[in-house]
Design a protein around this ligand. Structure first.
Ligand SMILES: NC(=O)c1ccc[n+]([C@@H]2O[C@H](COP(=O)([O-])OP(=O)(O)OC[C@H]3O[C@@H](n4cnc5c(N)ncnc54)[C@H](OP(=O)(O)O)[C@@H]3O)[C@@H](O)[C@H]2O)c1
Length: 487
């Protein structure tokens, strides 16, 4: 529990890195500007890089924005925030380094009751060393009457079910499950947070949200850039582990789950786990994998994946995947869930498309065919929006029909600043709300869907189908789109 007078120390491990500078620290500044941080809060950056405090602060400042503060007072707010930022360099796995950090924290905290959370913005290979060193240095409190300690972890959580379980087990020696916040920043996005509201607070959707009325569900994630200098990391994981097993499966769970008994973290996670356990493991015949090849778009040359720096010349890591999943439960039996993710494609976009069935015995069917079925499109990014395509009579003489969109664009409808996902998730960590974080059994269920096929791909050394950078993906991906197979 947070006491009103509690202080807060936020320890960003890997503070010299991209994630810390571009996402975590700017999100903390945004929370500070909106008055969400307690009176006594301090940020402690920790990494190996030898940075002076002014150097650390000037690195942070580069990415702070004045979104929530009028520009005349923004500089002052930045200075106040930067005044609370401290830095210490040390070795990640070293208890002594963390004891030095503890000494610094104690001085700044002034012996007063202070909650602490550790944000591990570091490569997964060193998660465990860091967690153990934090534990060994006595930086974690577990008792209910002491200030709380929490840890935030970034994906990837392992490479398959076994390694993920090992990581969970080892981490639990230091932080118990209730202290562990596994972040999937897609869950913090406004449109994703709205999914449960859309489904369960509107009478028009829930009664038709099932196999009787829905023909297929597509969840599409596209990026129009390559690996952009992160080839070393990406090549070890590939698109299935990097995007499908976490972001897309989390979205699928929210689209498909039953209503939770209560709107709390445990009840929501229980429903997500239940629906994920109804998804049989993906099979190779329901999967297409691709890898982007060199191309020239608008006169500019884009290198192939294997030409990217830090990617081996003979890499067969997929940068694209399209998969057909099914959910064996009474609500969804026979409805294909098509999930697609790719880098180096023709657009940057994430959306969910719910395609409804045709009207039975439709009186408007003519020799030329029937009017299009309704479709609900939920655009997660960019330009958050919800569209519902409906069939209308085109104004004028005669009876021409056309599908048009009922169109809810967030910027037009709400006009307000849409918070960055990290802002909302970090605030949840401070408040102790785990609803938007991944519980260990959710993680297991998600890995169970993909682990067999990932091992099969590796065992067979499956060569991904090439597709040109900037295109719509490999030609065979169309085979996954044929929803009529089960429709
Ligand atoms: N960037 C993103 O938007 C993003 C999104 C989702 C998930 N993630 C995950 O978040 C974590 C951090 O991301 P990031 O982009 O900030 O990573 P990063 O810049 O590669 O690494 C963060 C810091 O960790 C230290 N480090 C890097 N490689 C290391 C190694 N081999 N051994 C020990 N220390 C090492 C470096 O600090 P020092 O050298 O100063 O110690 C570096 O500044 C990763 O696990 C990543 O997968 C990142």
């Amino acid at each position: 529990m947070n006491e009103p007078s509690d202080g807060l120390s936020i320890i960003v491990v890997g503070a010299s890195g991209n994630l810390a500078r571009k996402k975590v620290l700017p999100a903390l500044f945004a929370l500070y500007c909106q008055g969400y941080l307690p009176e006594r809060f301090h940020v402690f950056g920790f990494a190996r890089s030898k940075l002076s405090r002014p150097e650390f602060r000037s690195r942070i400042m580069e990415h702070l924005t004045c979104r929530y503060t009028p520009s005349h007072s923004c500089t002052q707010r930045m200075e106040e925030f930067l005044d609370r930022c401290h830095y210490m360099s040390g070795s990640y796995g070293s208890r002594d380094s963390l004891l030095d950090l503890l000494t610094m924290m104690r001085e700044v905290e002034g012996g007063r009751r202070t909650n602490r959370f550790y944000y591990l913005a570091i490569p997964p290979t060193i998660f465990l060393d860091v967690a153990r060193a934090i534990g060994d240095a006595g930086l974690v409190s577990c008792s209910a009457d002491q200030p709380w300690s929490r840890v935030v972890l970034e994906k990837p959580f392992g490479r398959d079910r076994k390694s993920s379980d090992e990581l969970t087990r080892a981490l639990s020696q230091v932080f118990v499950e209730e202290q562990t916040y596994r972040i999937d920043h897609y869950l913090g996005k406004e449109v994703i947070q709205n999914l449960m509201v859309l489904r369960f607070a509107n009478l028009v959707f829930e009664p038709i949200w099932n196999r009787e009325f829905i023909r297929s569900v597509q969840i599409v994630w596209k990026e129009d850039i390559g690996v952009e200098g992160r080839g070393g990391y990406f090549d070890r994981y590939g698109i299935i582990r990097d995007v499908m097993q976490n972001h897309l499966v989390q979205i699928l769970a929210l689209v498909a789950m039953e209503p939770p008994g209560l709107l709390d973290a445990e009840n929501i996670a229980a429903e997500k786990v239940k629906v994920l356990r109804s998804v049989p493991p993906l099979e190779l015949e329901d999967l297409v994998v691709g890898q982007y090849s060199e191309s020239v778009v608008g006169g500019r040359r884009f290198p192939a994946y294997v030409q990217e720096e830090t990617v081996p010349d003979d890499s067969i890591t997929p940068t694209f995947a399209a998969a057909r999943l099914r959910i064996n439960n009474p609500r969804w039996d026979g409805v294909p869930f098509l999930i697609k993710a790719g880098k180096g494609l023709d657009a940057r976009m994430t959306e969910i498309r719910i395609q409804f069935r045709e009207v039975p015995g439709n009186m408007f069917c003519r020799s030329g065919g029937c009017p299009e079925a309704n479709e609900l499109v939920i655009r997660v990014q960019p330009d958050e929006a919800i569209y519902l395509s409906i069939v209308n009579k085109v104004p004028g003489m005669g009876m021409a029909l056309r599908s048009s969109n009922l169109d809810l664009r967030y910027k037009v409808a709400f006009g307000e600043q849409i918070p960055d996902a990290y802002e909302s998730l970090l605030l949840d960590v401070i408040r102790g709300d785990r609803s938007l974080f991944i519980r260990s059994d959710e993680l297991q269920a998600a890995w169970d869907i993909f682990t067999p096929v990932l091992h099969e791909i590796e065992r067979r050394k499956l060569v991904p189908e090439p597709y040109e950078f900037g295109s719509g993906g490999p030609a065979s991906a169309g085979k996954i789109d044929i929803v009529t197979m089960w429709g």
